[in-house]
Design a protein around this ligand. Sequence first.
Ligand code: ZN
Length: 138
Amino acid sequence: MTETPPASNPDVRRRMQATRRVDTRAELSLRRELHQRGLRFRKDYVVRGVSRSRLDIAFTRHKVAVFVDGCFWHSCPDHSSIPKVNTEWWTLKLETNRVRDLRHNSELESAGWTVVRVWEHEDARAVAGVLHGLLSNR
Ligand SMILES: [Zn+2]
């Protein structure tokens, strides 16, 4: 994969920046909700032997891996779109991301992890509730 081309116009640049900012905000809200429920976790957790996977949130005792996927970078079915300039590059880039996500999922699952992927647009409180339930039943 070649380097990211410079944002071709102000619109694309804004979206790329906004996407990163929202990513962070989505992770922060989810972490806050998890803390409020008294759940302990590691963030940006690297699993040894699993390619270069970095877990956004990891419940290491239960081996539950949580990724908060950005709608743009991970092609959310509701909000994905391909920029109109450099379309070919972006199509390949986003497809590569998708394949990499699937590979990480299967590598983690082979290593005994349960993988949970949530979209950045999902309600953090609801997601935290689901995770709480999942962890309580293990
Ligand atoms: Zn979305």
